[in-house]
Design a protein around this ligand. Structure first.
Ligand code: R5P
Length: 294
């Protein structure tokens, strides 16, 4: 066995899909959570020289410690090529100190990961002011792939009525414009002011939405307030149907119901974060990139 993909339990399904597409042997990393909150991480007894760890970094705080234990544990077993597949890469949004004293977590988490891994593969990392992942992960071969092609394919196949694609804020421009280019669909972006975790103000672009089918496109859903606020405005503007397609399903509790009550009909996500709304599967795309590192 030349290389082995090992995954954390929560990511079993997407990790096995990746192993299947990449023709890799796979095994599970066992995790026991002690009552005091510490984690016991158990790796397969023997590891080859090349190991791929699969973990999506939603709810990242415990996961980052478990990743540290797994990566250092693997190095102790003399793994010389250690690759992280983190379809969702956490802490990328805090790319500057918005207020004095705020710690720029993007930079610190980037250094933490680049110290542990030789290479990293992620999908649609939230890169805004810092555009290049290699600046965040110095010394680590890092690749940020986009799910725009897969999402475009999904839209063309499942929504033949030529919907309008709408990004709910300025930061979504990169995703919505990419998908619009591939599908040839009309698109626009809203402007957004965030006052707090659950307080956002969204202004629609000057477009006639009456009787139109609109798909909201964004990289992340967390509290759902960005999407819900945009959807309520769209319904008020007369949109006939509002759906959403999101890359990373970071749903906090109760968000799915909340989005439905805001008038969003279909909620579709990629499988970068395992969730019941996953419809777009990324394994084939990640397998292609992974070949370069094994
Ligand atoms: C921010 O720029 C992101 O692209 C998302 O719009 C944001 O993280 C969504 O957060 P929430 O669902 O909490 O409004």
């Amino acid at each position: 066995m030349d290389s082995l993909l090992i995954y954390f339990p929560e990511c079993e399904k997407p990790a096995r899909r990746l192993a299947d597409h990449a023709g890799l042997a796979f095994d599970e990393i066992k995790v026991h959570h002690f009552p005091d909150g510490e984690s016991l991480v158990t790796l397969p007894e023997s590891l080859p020289r090349c190991v791929i760890i699969y973990q999506s970094l939603n709810h990242p705080n415990d996961k980052l410690v478990e990743l540290l234990l797994a990566a250092r544990g693997a190095r102790e077993k003399e793994v010389s090529n250690l690759i992280l597949v983190a379809p969702y890469l956490a802490y990328m949004r805090q790319d500057k100190a918005f207020k004095p004293g705020e710690v720029v977590s993007q930079k610190i988490i980037g250094l933490f990961l680049s110290d542990l891994f030789d290479s990293l593969v992620t999908i649609d990392a939230h890169l805004h002011r810092v555009k290049d992942l290699s600046k965040i992960l110095p010394g680590c071969k890092a690749v940020n792939i986009t799910s725009a092609g897969l999402t475009s394919g999904y839209i063309v196949k499942n929504f033949p009525d030529r919907p309008f694609l709408l990004g709910p804020d300025e930061e979504s421009w990169q995703w919505v414009s990419g998908i619009a280019k591939m599908t040839g669909l009309e698109y626009g972006v809203c402007s957004k002011i965030r006052y707090g975790d659950k307080q956002v103000e969204v202004t629609l672009p000057e477009v006639k939405f009456a009787d139109r089918h609109v798909i909201l496109v964004d990289d992340i859903v967390s509290t759902g307030h960005t999407l819900a606020t945009a959807a309520v405005k769209l319904r008020k503007a007369g949109a006939a149907q509002v759906d959403c397609i999101i890359t990373h399903a970071l749903f906090s509790k109760g968000v799915l119901k909340f989005l439905k009550t805001s008038g969003i009909r279909r909620i579709i996500t990629t499988d970068t974060v395992p969730h019941s709304t996953n419809r777009i599967f990324t394994a084939s795309m990640v397998a292609e990139v992974l070949k370069e590192f094994i």
